[in-house]
Design a protein around this ligand. Structure first.
Ligand code: 5GP
Ligand code: SF4
Ligand code: MG
Length: 460
């Protein structure tokens, strides 16, 4: 998901709509904005893209005020229903409380059962709603203390933008699993999932919000609090591979440059003689360019992508997913005919994309089809906000690389190594005793406990 927040600017919701548009790639299912005019909260939430619902004047007029938060939704927990669309809002004894959450709480079911027993009535199936109930039922008094008390009970990933009568409150979980940055536009402060959203609204990047940091922005200015015990950060390495936009910066690194580096590493690790390097667009583009530059094999657009289809993987439901893969990519036949090609893509999840694209290249007359993947094999589900399917649906969890090569009918198949990926983000390699990133979908090393996965359904 994508989150965005503004404090201290006229028509804050209009700026939020622009910012959310730049974060559309983080979630295309639904979007929402909450604004605050100093006395009242206003919320509009809708299924579909930001531009469809928030680009008209009337939508913005319904969201008055100088402070606003917004969300683009990509469902990981909770069904696709309007009641799960964020920002979530509740009237607490302390006043209104709106929250936009990127990430996923890995003990949400467990906490929810406890809250239910104590009388909380949930309105959605979203994991985010436990935050609201924990804040509502906290025995602490000042709102900030209640929020801190709530977050200390939560495990998993959260980058939050909350709108309250105390101001805009932004928090990043102690491991910093999902990104969150701080920016400025004239007198207004802005928080956003990615730096691209700051660029698009013409704001200046101040700095990233640090793992475990809470920032309070109100008429008194901006305040930083460190409410949690310090831990070694474990930001999501998959943000670099796929999730973030290539024109964003993560922790000072250009995502585009990292993706090119991955391609270079792949060319060194898994060279092959061929005529062309072809990206699976758009997610494979920068890695393919890096592979081409390192190997000296020409880069060509052998697959053309239709931009009128959303990200394949994000459409819930297998039937639609199958269909949208065909709609999305088409072979550039003249170019591919008779050639030995190297396809480069960011990841293989279910294998649907690769299977179809390899077949498409053969149908277009490719002589040899080699495939190089810009991430290690995805063998484990993500419980932190990226919607990888359960293990049984992950191709790499079911097969060795050799059998995957047979299954998708490539002449050769190779994935970047875990250390190659760490080199691409500028490190010497993975420090196995203290990993610098979350890489659990590749290594199985989850940085938090996974209470809901291990749970027997009981509560303490
Ligand atoms: P597959 O077709 O193998 O199931 O999915 C792989 C394709 O899905 C890749 O081309 C990748 O760009 C795209 N994709 C979209 N969203 C995600 C995501 O959340 N995780 C992963 N690993 N791939 C995704
Ligand atoms: Fe990112 Fe993978 Fe960790 Fe999920 S499991 S947070 S996708 S590295
Ligand atoms: Mg792709």
């Amino acid at each position: 998901c994508g989150v965005f927040g503004v404090y201290g600017m006229e028509s804050a919701s209009a700026l939020t709509a622009l910012g959310l548009h730049a974060l559309q790639h983080r979630g295309q299912e639904a979007a929402g904005i909450t604004s605050w005019d100093g006395s009242q909260f206003y919320t509009k939430r809708a299924a579909g893209h930001v531009a469809e619902n928030f680009s008209n004047e009337s939508a913005i007029r319904q969201l008055p005020g100088d402070a606003s938060i917004g969300h683009t939704r990509y469902a990981t927990t909770g069904e696709t229903a309007m009641r799960n669309v964020q920002p979530l809002f509740a009237e607490l004894s302390s006043g209104g409380f709106a929250v936009a959450h990127n990430g996923n709480i890995s003990n949400a079911q467990h906490l929810r059962r406890g809250l239910n027993k104590r009388g909380s009535i949930f309105q959605s199936t979203s994991d985010t709603e436990v935050i609201i109930h924990l804040v509502a039922t906290s025995s602490y008094r000042p709102l900030l203390d209640r929020i801190i008390d709530a977050l200390k009970q939560i495990e998993g990933a959260y980058s939050l933008a909350c709108l309250t009568p105390e101001g805009l409150i932004a928090v990043r979980d102690p491991l910093g699993i999902r990104p969150l940055v701080l920016g400025r536009l004239e007198d207004a402060h802005i928080v956003a999932s990615e730096t691209v959203a700051l660029d698009v609204v013409g704001a200046t990047f101040i700095r990233q919000i640090e793992p475990g940091e809470m920032i309070v922005i109100n008429e008194k200015g901006i305040r930083s609090i460190r409410p949690f015990a310090e831990q070694t950060p474990r930001p999501c390495i998959f943000e670099h591979v796929y999730f973030s936009r290539p024109d964003s910066f993560l922790d000072g690194m250009s995502v585009y440059q990292v993706r090119k580096n991955i391609g270079r590493e792949l060319a060194n690790e898994s060279p092959v003689e061929a005529d062309l390097v072809i990206p699976v667009p758009d997610s494979g583009n920068p890695a393919a360019l890096g592979y081409s530059q390192q190997s000296g094999i020409p880069f060509e657009q052998g697959i053309v992508r239709s931009h009128y289809v959303g990200r394949t993987f994000i459409q819930p439901g297998q039937a639609i997913r199958d269909l949208s893969v065909k709609l999305k990519h088409n072979a550039n036949r003249e170019l591919v005919k008779g050639k030995r090609i190297i396809l480069v893509d960011d990841s293989i999840v279910r294998g649907t994309t690769s299977l179809k694209i390899v077949q498409m290249m053969r149908d277009a007359g490719a002589k040899e089809v080699h495939m190089r993947i810009a991430s290690p094999p995805t063998r484990n589900p993500c419980f932190y906000g990226v919607d990888t399917p359960e293990r049984s649906k992950l191709l790499a969890a079911q097969m060795t690389v050799d059998s995957m090569n047979e299954f998708i009918k490539t002449d050769s198949l190779a994935f970047i190594s875990v250390n190659g990926l760490y080199r691409a983000v500028g490190l010497e390699g993975r420090d196995d005793s203290r990993p610098q990133f979350c890489d659990a979908c590749f290594t199985g090393a989850y940085p938090t406990s996974l209470t809901d996965q291990e749970d027997d359904g009981s509560t303490e």
